[in-house]
Ligand binder design. Structure first.
Ligand code: FES
Length: 361
């Protein structure tokens, strides 16, 4: 999920400095694919004007891999849907009130429907299970207009790396790369072949450029192995779980690749965390937050209904109010005024060692 700086690109954005060309990341707040490059973003951006939610209906549903369901979402009246670019995602409001983000994995030129694919995660927060169990053709739901935090810059040479369901934002990039005659390679990794959604569809496009690598046959790949197919000077677009991204980041300098754009599943590991305490109300119970866990994870053990979505400090769903204590804000969403008024995003924000934050929850 991810915002970049690179080259005078397909969309005419300017080239930024060398560091940002080598590493760009999702989760810094979604901006339009045509919006400002990362270096120009303010960490405390002004709130955008609210737009009315999109009304959608599930038009079709099918299984595309083990525990992966694909939904086609359309306008209930059959009208065209807002345009989007490769890498964009949809923020869906589920019938239960949960909000979840899913990458659009269809054809951007198809304005009649959005395609998303969702892996069932029984141990997750319930969003994927709700989708699998309750969304069927005819179900109505709402969404925000597509936003893009993982924009595709269409560099001349591209390596696309997908971990399992992480293939979804990369599929439109494959089509874009093909249509612009780029030098591209796609590597799909997963536990076994039946867990790789869209593998057959993609292999049918170009068997020489689409490569499958499964743990049961080849073992878990190293970062160097993942990057081995990168054309010289390639831009790498990687979407997958945190360990896969970490392996790729570590191996990047020794690889032929020149830059990395990535989108991570769920929360980033806590870095530079210290233990602190949360108190639930002025007279409520105290919860210890260890150095390596997020405040949201600890809070949800006591308040399982506390909503969340991105886990990365950009959607605002998990916002709580601080009544006392000095928070250490690590999000890129809240304004100075919102922070001064006590807003806190506990999925990423914390406090200094030994501090106690009293929350209005
Ligand atoms: S869950 Fe999105 S900001 Fe916390």
């Amino acid at each position: 999920m991810d915002l970049d700086t690179p080259p005078p690109d397909l969309y005419g954005r300017p080239r930024a400095d060398r560091f940002m060309q080598r590493l760009t990341a999702f989760g810094d707040g979604y901006s339009s694919a045509l919006g400002s490059p990362l270096l120009r973003r303010s960490p405390r951006r002004p709130q955008s004007r609210p737009t009315p939610p999109l009304q959608l209906v599930v038009a079709a549903r099918r299984e595309v891999a083990a525990d992966v369901v694909e939904l086609r979402l359309a306008d209930p009246s059959g009208g065209p849907l807002p345009a989007w670019q490769p890498g964009a995602h949809l923020r869906l409001a589920l019938p239960s009130g949960r909000e979840r983000h899913y990458s659009l994995c269809g054809d951007p030129s198809d304005r009649a429907g959005y395609r998303i694919a969702v892996r069932r995660l029984p141990e997750g927060g319930g969003g994927s299970v709700e989708i699998h169990d309750t969304l069927h053709p005819g179900t109505r739901l709402t969404a925000r207009r597509p936003r893009n935090g993982f924009a595709f810059c269409a560099e001349p040479a591209v390596l696309l790396l997908a971990g399992g369901i992480g293939v979804t934002p990369l599929i439109p990039m494959v089509h874009e790369a093909r249509s612009h005659g780029l030098d591209w390679q796609l590597v799909l990794v997963g536990r076994s072949a039946d867990t790789l959604p869209y593998a057959a569809e993609l292999r049918a496009l170009d068997r020489l450029r689409v490569h499958l690598r499964t743990d049961d046959e080849h073992g878990v790949p190293t970062g160097a192995e993942l990057l081995a197919r990168a054309p010289h000077g390639a831009a790498v677009y990687c979407c997958g779980p945190a360990p896969m991204l970490a392996a790729v980041q570590q191996a990047l300098d020794a690889s032929p690749a020149a830059s990395l754009h990535f989108e991570r599943f769920g929360a980033a590991p806590v870095t530079d965390g210290a233990p602190f305490t949360l108190r639930l109300g002025a007279d409520g119970p105290a919860l210890d937050v260890p150095a390596d866990r997020s405040a949201l994870d600890v809070l949800r053990e006591a308040r399982p209904d506390l909503p969340y979505s991105c886990h990365q400090g950009f959607c605002g769903t998990c916002e709580v109010r601080v009544l006392a204590g000095r928070p250490e804000h690590r999000d890129r969403r809240l304004s100075t005024e919102q922070r001064a008024a006590g807003a806190l995003l506990p999925c990423v924000s914390r406090a200094a060692e030994g501090e106690t934050l009293v929350l209005d929850v």
